[in-house]
Design a protein around this ligand. Structure first.
Ligand SMILES: [Zn+2]
Length: 317
């Protein structure tokens, strides 16, 4: 068995998701990813997994997906936080009865606290997070006691600041050294994520080290002319409070420009828009030279892998 498969199975086992339980994967179906067709739904009997594409998520499409979910009655659902957040918002907004899912797994993107809350409210179940990357230099999974364990046999993970290890509880940039990728032996590879190591011991009894949090892509920072880096997460609480926003993304095309892309819910009031710009400006810093504007869009386009990062900056970090 490949390491990747073994790593996934250990994660599933750690949260009591046994083989044979029905799972919905909200991600592009494998045959679509391989470019063989345009399937929206693809089912695999051997592991009772139903793939539902998350590349298009309009209200009508989410409605169909939820009907499919209610027919399939999964034990678990799996997806990127941004996808599950969109679906959860729709459920809560429309008071939809959904089949009670036992476990939700979030992968491939940073799970922000505001997303966790909405997903929990919509599906009423525990959420577990996984962290990793295609290069396989570091990986972590949440156990059922919510300890975030490093898969230490996959790779050696270091949390650095100015090339020194940070102490437990402090934020550092993550570099990883793969222990399994023989064709590409990446050594102290800059992953692009930041994280906070922990020296706690988990009550589940696993000896694998714990991570306090993975803070997400450092390239998901807004960078100012004066060199200040503001993590995308700083803006999430503002958006969380806006009931007129269905979906949003902050895009920084150049060092003095930020565009807040918004998929609105209903009519937009200019005052709310101005207020939002003011709040974003406050976080960036009033003295910083930054033009902030709002652009209304029909949807936020996902990447080919179905990811919808909250902040995208084209400025070199
Ligand atoms: Zn644990």
């Amino acid at each position: 068995m490949g390491y990747k498969r073994a790593k996934n199975l250990r994660f599933y086992d750690a949260i009591n998701l046994k083989h044979g339980k029905k799972v919905i994967h909200f991600r592009p179906p494998p045959s679509l990813q391989q470019g063989r067709n345009n399937l929206v739904y693809e089912y695999f009997e051997f592991n009772r997994s139903l793939y539902i594409s998350n590349l298009e998520l309009s209200d009508e499409i989410i409605e169909k997906h939820l009907q499919k979910l209610n027919e399939f009655k999964p034990y678990a659902i799996l997806g990127t936080p941004s996808t599950l957040y969109l679906i959860s918002q729709y459920i809560l907004r429309n008071n939809i009865d959904v089949h009670p899912v036992k476990v939700t797994l979030c992968t491939s993107e940073t799970l922000y606290p505001y997303q966790r809350k909405v997903i929990e409210d919509a599906f009423g179940c525990d959420i577990f997070e996984e962290w990793g990357q295609g290069e396989m230099v570091g990986s972590a999974f949440e156990c059922k006691n919510h300890g975030f364990h490093l898969s230490e046999e996959i790779g050696l993970v270091e949390f650095l600041k100015d090339n020194e290890d940070v102490a437990a509880g402090e934020e550092g940039e993550i570099v990883g050294t793969t222990l399994i990728n023989k064709s590409m032996p990446l050594i102290r590879y800059y992953v692009g994520d930041a994280g906070i190591p922990s020296d706690d011991v988990c009550s589940c009894g696993r000896g694998l080290s714990l991570v306090d949090r993975i803070l997400g892509k450092t390239r998901e920072n807004i960078v100012t002319k004066s060199g200040k880096k503001i993590p995308g997460e700083s803006f999430t609480w503002i958006v969380m409070e806006q009931d007129w926003i269905k979906e949003s993304q902050i895009f920084q095309p150049s060092v003095n420009k930020c565009i807040i892309k918004i998929v609105p819910l209903g009519n937009v009031e200019k005052e709310k828009e101005n207020n939002l710009i003011r709040q974003v400006k406050n976080i960036i810093g009033k003295k910083e030279e930054m033009e902030i504007s709002v652009e209304y869009v029909e949807k936020i386009y996902p990447t080919q892998a179905g990811k919808r990062p909250f902040v995208i900056s084209k400025v070199k970090q």
